[in-house]
Write a new protein. Structure first.
Length: 593
């Protein structure tokens, strides 16, 4: 049928019903009807074999119309009027109760939704794309757009289904029946009903249908009872009526299943988003989408809850990953720096001589770079290097602290204005754990340095300066850690590293003194003046102090000088070694100070 090919399923179904009525009228053994056909020039007995063959051909179209009409229900872009005409076709052509028609509609839309979800899953953003056989990562903007488009396809399908179902089956009020009810009422009316709210394509009648067909004038010869045919519908029966409660229940079940499927797939899509900015961009888009749709409050809340939960989960995952990467990066950078210090690499010399690094000459930017942005950039780099020298940020120390600060600042910028109350409550313990991990990494390395070797002394001096730098670093404020707790713990680590370093330095200086002092005494040197051995020991202490106390840090300014305390300990140890009894008493006094 041409009407079926043009997707005018109601026309096709109505024509089929009309053809069946004509065939039944011709096949019925009724003398009165036969005389009526004869009056119109039709010999029923003579033409019946031809009519039978034609009917056998036409009868096959019923299944085709039903099948194609059912499949067309999967198109979520179909208008309310188109869906209503298709459902009316199934109701009239198949004599299906309206509750079954609703079930068919929802089943087809469920299949359509699964197809959308399946396509979206296969084409979900995976962070890479292929071009000429080579893979390259997609940009964050492209991934965000694909996630948004995937969500939009699914959400539009869900919203369209419930909106169309209500428009077709639900009564707006007792005086304002559903669209399908008004169409059925129009069809059954003996007197033409004027319903300006009823779309023209749904105001169906046999005469109107025949006039739209080619050679419409030929159909004027049909008997009047044929031309006035209309499918019988009992509006009061359960067959052609549907309560709002039934519609609401079926829609609620379908919607809940659709939302469950959405959650399952959307979690995978959101997992591709790498920053809080991307997550919030998709969530903001969803909020705009939701405001533009005509969903019931319960449905809107359910969708908002799903997207909110997924957004929260992915945001928390991003925060947890960023903090974990920050901890791992700090630990790895610290281990790499300590390894270089132990191996005595070139970097070890620079790190062990921060005073020399402080006074290292630095050439100013050359004017050959030209004017404009290049010159400004060169001077900014020069300024940054000077600041590093003034604060004794030696290369390895600067690399560790700068990496930590940059990662923390990037996380702060990404999270700015995006931490909801629930997300903030979940983030704070993670940030505190991150700060504790940084402290633990430093503490564990201090504890390991027990041999007193030159490498251990260099490492302890480096760790003491690292704790100073982190005490003054803004990285803690970037992560929103509690200031007093972190700074207090960092000060304790600083004292621990310095005390450990002091023990090794004093012990080494005293050992060297004792080795050289005995030969000199045997040569009869006078003790009335500082001996050469003592001067060497003091110079060794001075050199060691320079490796740990090269900058003016707030930690140090609020406490006694490392050099002063180290000298006191050396004096006590030396006195104890020379005169054990007096030395022990003096050592007790110094420790009490």
């Amino acid at each position: 049928m041409a009407a079926s090919r043009e997707e005018k399923y109601l026309h096709a179904g109505w024509l089929f019903l009309l053809a069946r009525i004509i065939y039944q009228a011709l096949a019925r053994d009724d003398t009165e009807d036969e005389d009526d056909w004869t009056a119109h020039g039709i010999d029923v007995l003579e033409q019946f074999p031809l009519v039978q063959r034609q009917w056998d051909t036409v009868a096959q179209f019923r299944a085709q119309i039903t099948y194609k009409a059912t499949l067309s229900l999967r198109d979520s872009s179909s208008s309310l009027e188109d869906v209503c005409s298709i459902l009316l076709t199934l109701h009239l052509l198949e004599s299906r109760p309206l509750i079954d028609v609703l079930t068919i509609f929802l089943a087809q839309r469920a299949r359509s939704l699964q197809a959308i979800l399946s396509r979206s899953t296969k084409s979900a953003p995976n962070g890479s794309s292929s071009l000429n056989g080579g893979a390259f990562p997609k940009s964050k903007k492209a991934i965000t757009r694909e996630v948004r488009e995937g969500l939009e396809g699914v959400l539009d399908a869900i919203a369209s289904t419930v909106d169309v179902a209500r428009g077709v089956f639900c009564d707006r009020s007792h005086e304002d029946p559903s669209l399908l009810s008004r169409v059925l009422l129009f069809i059954q009316s003996d007197v033409p009903v004027t319903d300006t709210a009823l779309p023209p394509q749904l105001q169906m009648s046999t005469q109107h249908l025949l006039y739209t067909l080619p050679s419409a004038s030929h159909f004027a010869l049909l008997p009047s009872n044929i031309r006035s045919y209309k499918p019988y519908v009992d509006l009061a029966s359960a067959m052609s009526s549907l309560s709002s409660t039934q519609v609401t229940l079926r829609l609620s079940e379908w919607f809940s299943k659709a939302v469950t499927d959405l959650r399952r797939v959307a979690e995978g899509w959101f997992a591709e988003l790498r920053t809080l900015k991307d997550v919030w961009a998709v969530r903001s888009w969803f909020n705009d989408w939701l405001r533009a749709k005509k969903l019931e409050d319960r449905e809107g809340q359910e969708l908002a809850e799903v997207i909110g939960d997924i957004s929260h989960g992915q945001a928390l995952k991003i925060l947890r990953t960023a903090l974990s990467d920050l901890q791992d990066g700090f630990r790895d950078e610290l281990q790499h720096a300590l390894l270089q210090l132990r191996d005595g690499a070139n970097e070890a010399f620079v790190e062990s001589n921060p005073a020399k690094f402080l006074f290292q000459p630095l050439a100013p930017p050359s004017l050959d770079v030209g004017m404009g942005s290049s010159l400004i950039s060169a001077f900014r780099k020069y300024e940054s290097t000077l600041q590093r020298q003034v604060t004794s940020r030696t290369p390895l120390l600067h690399k560790i602290v700068c990496s930590l600060e940059n990662d923390a600042e990037a996380l702060q910028e990404d999270a700015e204005g995006k931490l909801t109350e629930n997300l903030r409550a979940a983030y704070v313990p993670l940030a505190e754990d991150c700060c504790k991990s940084v402290l633990a990494s430093i503490s564990s390395n201090i504890v390991k340095l027990t041999s007193g070797s030159d490498a251990d002394v260099r490492s302890l001096a480096f760790l003491s300066r690292l704790t100073e730098a982190l005490h003054a670093s803004p990285f803690r404020s970037y992560l929103k850690c509690q200031a007093e707790n972190f700074r207090g713990d960092m000060s304790e680590l600083h004292e621990q590293s310095v005390n450990q370093w002091r023990i090794f330095v004093v012990s080494a200086a005293l050992t060297n003194y004792q080795k050289t002092c005995q030969p000199l005494r045997s040569q009869g040197n006078s003790n009335a003046q500082p001996s050469w051995s003592l001067m060497q020991a003091l110079l060794s202490l001075s050199s060691s102090v320079h490796s740990i106390e090269a900058s003016a840090n707030p930690i140090r300014l609020r406490s006694r000088s490392i050099a002063e305390i180290t000298l006191r300990h050396f004096t006590a140890s030396l006195t104890n070694a020379v005169t054990p009894d007096r030395g022990a008493q003096k050592s007790d006094v110094i420790h009490k100070q």
